[in-house]
Design a protein around this ligand. Structure first.
Ligand code: CA
Length: 222
C-alpha cells in the first residue's frame, strides 16, 4: 500500500512518514499542491488543506477529477471546516490537527476498507489452502490435515488475517487494528495470548513466527 503525504510542514510530515513506514506502508512525501498533482497515483492520499501554492481543497477536487484514489484531508485546528464541502470536493474522511497516530491509522484502514482496497482479504481468498491448512472464510472454518480446528472467533480472525498475508511480516498495530477493533488499542498482551493459543492448536505443521520488535508472520508451508 502506497500512501502519498501532501504536507508542507516538515514537523508534521516527517514523523507521519516514519510512523506509516513502520506500520508497513510505502510513503511518498511532497510539500506542494502542484507536486501532488504531478505524482503517479498512490493507494491513498493524506492531504493538508493549507498548502503554500494551491488550496488543498482545489488539489482534492482536481485529483478527484482524474482518479478515485481515497483522500483523507488534514486540517489545522480552528480552520472552518464544512463536512458537506469536503464531501463535495471528493474527500473520503478528514482529521483535525493535532491528531493521534493511532487515530490516523484507524482512519486509513477504514477508508481503504470502504474503498475495497484493503489488502487483507481479497474476494479470491474466501477458501484458502496453505499446505495442510485450509481457511474457509465463508464458513469460518479451519481444517488442518482434514480435521477441523476448534478456534474462538478471535483466533479465527487472527489466523485468517495472518493467512491472507502468509509469508509477510505483519506489525502488531496492523493486527490489532484489523482483528480487534479499530477503536481497540488495549494491551498487546491480548495478541500474545491469542498467538500462543493458535500455535498450540496448529502444532508443528504450520508456524507463526515472531518478527522481533515488529509483529508476526505466518510461515508458508513448504
Ligand atoms: Ca500546511
Amino acid at each position: 500500500m502506497h500512501i502519498l503525504i501532501v504536507e508542507d510542514d516538515d514537523t508534521i510530515a516527517s514523523p507521519l512518514a516514519t510512523g506509516l513506514e513502520r506500520a508497513g506502508y510505502t510513503v511518498t512525501r511532497v510539500d506542494t499542491g502542484e507536486d501532488a498533482l504531478r505524482m503517479p497515483q498512490a493507494d491513498l492520499v493524506l492531504l493538508d488543506l493549507g498548502l503554500p501554492d494551491l488550496d488543498g481543497s482545489e488539489v482534492c477536487r482536481r485529483m478527484r477529477g482524474t482518479s478515485d484514489v481515497p483522500i483523507i484531508v488534514v486540517t489545522a485546528r480552528g480552520e472552518e471546516l464544512d463536512r458537506v464541502l469536503l464531501l463535495e470536493i471528493g474527500a473520503d474522511d478528514y482529521l483535525v490537527k493535532p491528531f493521534g497516530f493511532r487515530e490516523l491509522l484507524a482512519r486509513i484502514r477504514a477508508v481503504l476498507r470502504r474503498s475495497g482496497q484493503s489488502s487483507s482479504t481479497p474476494e479470491a481468498m474466501q477458501v484458502q489452502t496453505l499446505g495442510p491448512l485450509v481457511v474457509d472464510r465463508r464458513a469460518r472454518k479451519v481444517m488442518l490435515d482434514d480435521a477441523e480446528l476448534h478456534l474462538t472467533p478471535k483466533e479465527f480472525d487472527l489466523l485468517a488475517f495472518l493467512a491472507a498475508n502468509a509469508g509477510a511480516a505483519i506489525s502488531r498495530d496492523e493486527i490489532l487494528g484489523e482483528v480487534w477493533d479499530t477503536d481497540w488499542w488495549g494491551s498487546t498482551k491480548t495478541l500474545d495470548v491469542h498467538i500462543a493459543s493458535l500455535r498450540r492448536k496448529l502444532g508443528t505443521k504450520v508456524s507463526i513466527d515472531t518478527v522481533r520488535g515488529f509483529g508476526f508472520r505466518l510461515g508458508e508451508p513448504g
